[in-house]
Design a protein. Structure first.
Lengths: 223, 308
């Protein structure tokens, strides 16, 4: 899922400083799962904002609401009657949710309260790891289910390179070498032939904004 | 002849090749390039001109390559995948060839995090093996990566890097094989200090028939001090310095450590001259360009052969 991390409080406070009535909106999707922008985080953020405002001797009207998912227009609809009472919206969704919110309410400033960081997995409670860069041309079939685009610092397709150092990346002793892991996994599966072949250049698919239409819906959208 | 470069002629004629290295300055200081180059002229067959090495901004490698070429020193134009996409790389290959550069060395490049612009966006559009394949295709098939035809084919002798000392050792020969398949004409290796491992790797290359298709030039960097040896052992990724090397340097008389380092390098060169599958050496005398004439002389490398 998409993983996000809340922005620093000062940055958020600065973004909304010119507005008196602020609606903080959470999202029940990915950002809720990664504990960055769900219902609980909305309440925590508003509490923190109230405290800083109080310290500065000011105050604002801070509303809160959480929708099931901010990346779906039908699910945003339920906010239509509410937003008129606010000067700005503070969205705790990922970048996609923030943008759809801004699209739905074009006359109201919408500010992001989180930084969208990556597509990743849960390593432990509150700990997430990047796994996918959404390159649109998945190579995991020949790399033993380990992504070189995401995990190799140089995004190599014919690794491991000469910088592999005690199983770690030359960039840092904290980062395991992706290609060494690929090598070991394929070796264990008897599939080293998969990386003995020269891999040709990547056909990058993520250089323009993309739209996905599933095959069974093509008739509906492409007349 | 693939490119007709001096290096290609030397290797094709069966001479033991000798290449050097020159890092361009961190500025537009031409005198700096000339100062370094003058020590190498006539003492090496070609000189690697590095491309933003250690991810620090420097004079562009093609420009410095042209400067040394004007001085009568043949450049090995280095190109790294970190700073350019496939359009820029192919364009620079054409430009370099048009201006008379005949050797190119295709490298991944040190990660930007090591340098003075750590938050730069690394390009890495294609990797070093794919770059080798790209240059070969441009030269031999006359096409760009896209498949479109090229008007005026670039003449390039294609170089690459090999590191027999990185993990896992059993993979290293296969990585060389991939570069050979991609079309590399010669490889220079990472600095060699572990001769046992080097002998084994070269033997594998000979046994697999790779040395019939690629010239191998082991990298030699004389140790200047015990501190340098310890630094390279612990801090430089991909370089293996056996304890014996450090002990030997430590055993040298006071003030004679650098001389001991040079002696070790000379011994290595002597062994490589006789080693089946090795076609020359690449001397990386880092910030020690002025010692190259002496090392070349003592290694019996002079005079360099001249081939018309």
């Amino acid at each position: 899922m998409v993983k996000a991390k809340r922005k620093p409080l000062e940055e958020i406070a600065d973004a909304i400083s010119a507005y008196g009535k602020v609606l903080t909106v959470g999202c029940g999707g990915c950002v809720s799962v990664c504990l960055a922008g769900g219902q609980r985080e909305v309440q925590e953020l508003n509490a923190e904002l109230e405290l800083t405002l109080k310290e500065k001797g000011t105050s604002k009207t801070l509303g809160n609401y959480t929708v099931e998912r901010q990346c779906n227009m039908d699910l945003l609809q339920e906010m239509d009657d509410m937003v008129g009472g606010y000067d700005c919206i503070l969205s705790m969704a990922c970048g996609a949710g923030v943008q759809l919110m801004a699209e739905r309410y074009p006359n109201i400033p919408v500010f992001p309260a989180v930084n969208t960081v990556f597509i990743g997995v849960d390593r432990d409670i509150g700990m997430y790891e990047e796994k996918c860069r959404a390159c649109g041309e998945c190579v995991l079939a020949y790399t033993g289910g380990i992504c070189p685009v995401t995990r190799c610092a140089k995004g190599l397709f014919n690794g491991p390179c000469g910088g592999t150092n005690n199983g770690k990346c030359e960039v840092s002793q904290e980062i395991p070498c992706a290609w060494l892991d690929i090598y070991e996994r394929l070796k264990g599966q008897g599939r080293l032939d998969d990386i003995l072949k020269l891999q040709g250049v990547m056909q990058w698919q993520n250089q323009l904004q993309r739209t996905v239409v599933q095959p069974k819906f093509e008739k509906r959208y492409y007349k | 002849m693939k490119s007709g470069s001096n290096l290609e002629k030397i290797l094709a004629a069966g001479h033991f090749a000798f290449t050097g290295e020159l890092g361009p300055p961190r500025g537009a200081n031409i005198e700096h390039v000339k100062e370094k180059a003058q020590h190498l002229i006539g003492h090496v067959d070609a000189v690697n001109v590095t491309d933003n090495q250690t991810a620090m901004v420097r004079m562009s490698s093609w420009a410095a390559a042209l400067l040394v070429r004007e001085m009568g020193l043949e450049p090995n134009y280095q190109m790294v995948c970190r700073d350019r996409n496939r359009l820029a790389m192919q364009a620079d290959i054409l430009g370099a060839s048009a201006l008379g550069i005949r050797n190119v060395i295709c490298l991944s490049g040190d990660h930007q995090q090591f340098g003075d612009h750590p938050n730069a966006k690394g390009v890495f559009d294609i990797d070093s093996t794919q770059l080798i394949d790209t240059v070969r295709r441009m030269r031999d098939e006359g096409t760009f990566i896209s498949g479109e035809e090229i008007d005026g084919l670039p003449k390039m002798f294609i170089g690459g890097a090999a590191n027999p000392f990185a993990d896992p050792f059993e993979w290293r020969i296969h990585r060389l094989a991939k570069k050979v398949e991609a079309g590399v004409d010669f490889v220079q290796t990472q600095c060699v200090y572990n001769m046992d491992k080097m002998r084994e790797w070269v033997k594998q290359a000979v046994d697999m028939g790779l040395t019939e298709k690629v010239y191998i030039l082991p990298g030699i960097t004389p140790m200047k001090s015990v501190g340098m040896a310890k630094y390279m052992k612990s801090k430089v990724p991909g370089i293996e310095v056996p304890d014996d090397v450090i002990k030997r340097l430590q055993g040298a008389e006071k003030g004679k450590v650098a001389e001991e380092g040079i002696k070790m390098a000379l011994e290595q060169i002597e062994e490589f001259k006789e080693m089946k599958g090795v076609s020359g050496i690449h001397l990386m005398a880092i910030e020690w360009e002025h010692r190259v004439p002496e090392i070349a002389e003592r290694a019996g490398m002079l005079p360099r052969p001249v081939i018309d």
